[in-house]
Design a protein around this ligand. Structure first.
Ligand SMILES: C[S@@+](CC[C@H](N)C(=O)[O-])C[C@H]1O[C@@H](n2cnc3c(N)ncnc32)[C@H](O)[C@@H]1O
Length: 378
């Protein structure tokens, strides 16, 4: 059985689990679909951990007021999933379905494991001291599998550099961006954010790419992740990850994208890295970003490369990415400046951070008054 990629359902469950007044799936949601969405999340998280050394059959039981739903997951060197029941499984995990939803999709700190029962089958125990003793291996594998799946239910978190390495993103290695991301994205980690990344990776190959989308999905465990690429990347759609095909320099397309899937809390531009595209995307999407949101631009080195329509010597050329971004520093101080008029973005930029080849812009109301006239001596 393959678990579906129902992003609308995932979005609905995240929204629902965040509401304290109605934190259980409503009667209009099919419990089977909900249980499968929960399992998809749990198995996706468990896949980041080391596999048990032998194949282990696990009986999942999700309890609803009307009935109990059964799924048998076999984990180990391979992973299989079937609906239903198995006699005498090595591990049995039973939990209220509504509580599982709250635990997977709700904010951290929601009391969420009050109904869980985990049972590991009693084995005869090691029959010899040999390291490959089959009984000892079975017992060890069952306990590892049980521990990992229970861990996967909770909000266990890997740091971003580890996730980048696991998924093969060059945001750590090649580039050294993840500490900057940790610093700025850390406070958003547990929130139900909408994240848009421009540039999915793999260029024309449909099969390649998607590393950073998967990394963001695991970093923002309650986030909805959207990836935009000029090439078709729909092979990378999965629960909470949706790919969209389009051109980051097409302003009307970007507005339609925001209407359909936004407003976004975070936008990351890791697309063509051509200055004209970077500026078109920023000037369109930054005004549409949520207040309190972040806009990140990567690989600013291309701003200095003439072959990428950059300027190595004309450092204040505002048609280059870095030249343009520098104007935001003055925009940030728009209250103190009369000429030129830099208020277009300045009123909504509350922070401008530059790192090597990367910039992070904070969105918010930058309306504080200017220093008093008597201090300025006007
Ligand atoms: C550097 S890769 C993205 C890597 C990915 N973000 C990661 O970290 O794994 C750049 C991607 O941008 C895409 N791209 C190039 N021009 C684009 C454009 N005009 N609009 C949208 N995507 C574009 C390319 O197809 C390529 O897949």
């Amino acid at each position: 059985m393959t678990l579906g990629t129902d992003n609308d359902l995932a979005a609905e469950l995240v929204a629902m689990a965040g509401r304290t007044d109605h934190p259980a799936p409503g009667p209009d949601l099919d419990p089977g679909r909900v249980a499968e969405a929960v399992l998809a999340e749990v198995l996706g998280r468990a896949a980041l951990l080391a596999r048990p050394p032998a194949q282990v059959d696990i009986q999942f039981e999700f309890v609803t007021p009307e009935r109990t739903l059964g799924y048998v997951v076999s984990v180990g060197p391979r992973t299989d999933l079937v609906t239903g029941w198995t006699e005498d499984p090595a591990v049995r995990i039973r939990q209220d379905l509504a509580e599982s939803v709250r635990q997977i999709y709700g904010p951290a700190g929601t009391p969420a494991d009050t109904t869980r029962q985990v049972t590991v089958r009693s084995e005869p125990g090691p029959t010899s001291a040999a390291p490959d003793d089959p009984a000892a291996l079975r017992w060890q594998a069952a306990n590892i599998a049980a521990g990992q799946l229970v861990l996967a239910f909770s909000a266990h978190q890997h740091d971003l550099a580890t996730l980048a390495l696991k998924f093969g993103s060059d945001k750590w290695g090649g580039h050294w961006y993840t500490p900057h991301y940790e610093r700025h994205f850390g406070p958003y980690r547990d929130r139900a954010v909408r994240v848009l990344e421009i540039g999915i990776g793999g260029y024309q190959s449909a099969a390649l790419g998607g590393a950073s989308l998967r990394m963001w999905k695991h970093f923002f465990r309650r986030g909805l992740i959207y990836g935009l690429d000029i090439a078709d990347k729909s092979d990378h759609d999965e629960p909470r990850v949706r790919t969209i095909r389009g051109d980051q320099s097409d302003v009307s397309f970007l507005i339609g994208l925001n209407d359909r899937y936004g407003p976004f809390d975070i936008v990351i531009d890791d697309g063509s890295h051509l200055s004209a595209h970077v500026i078109a995307s920023f000037t369109t999407l930054f005004p549409l970003l949520r207040h309190g949101g972040l806009y990140v631009i990567e690989d600013l080195e291309t701003s200095y490369w003439p072959t990428w329509n950059g300027g190595r010597t004309s450092l204040n050329d505002t048609t280059t990415s870095v030249g343009f971004l520098k104007t935001l520093v003055d925009g940030l101080h728009h209250q103190e400046i009369t000429e030129p008029d830099l208020t277009e973005f300045g009123r909504d930029v509350t922070g401008v951070h530059f790192y090597h080849n990367m910039a992070v812009l904070e969105k918010g109301a930058n309306r504080d008054q200017a220093a008093p006239a008597w201090i300025r001596g006007d």
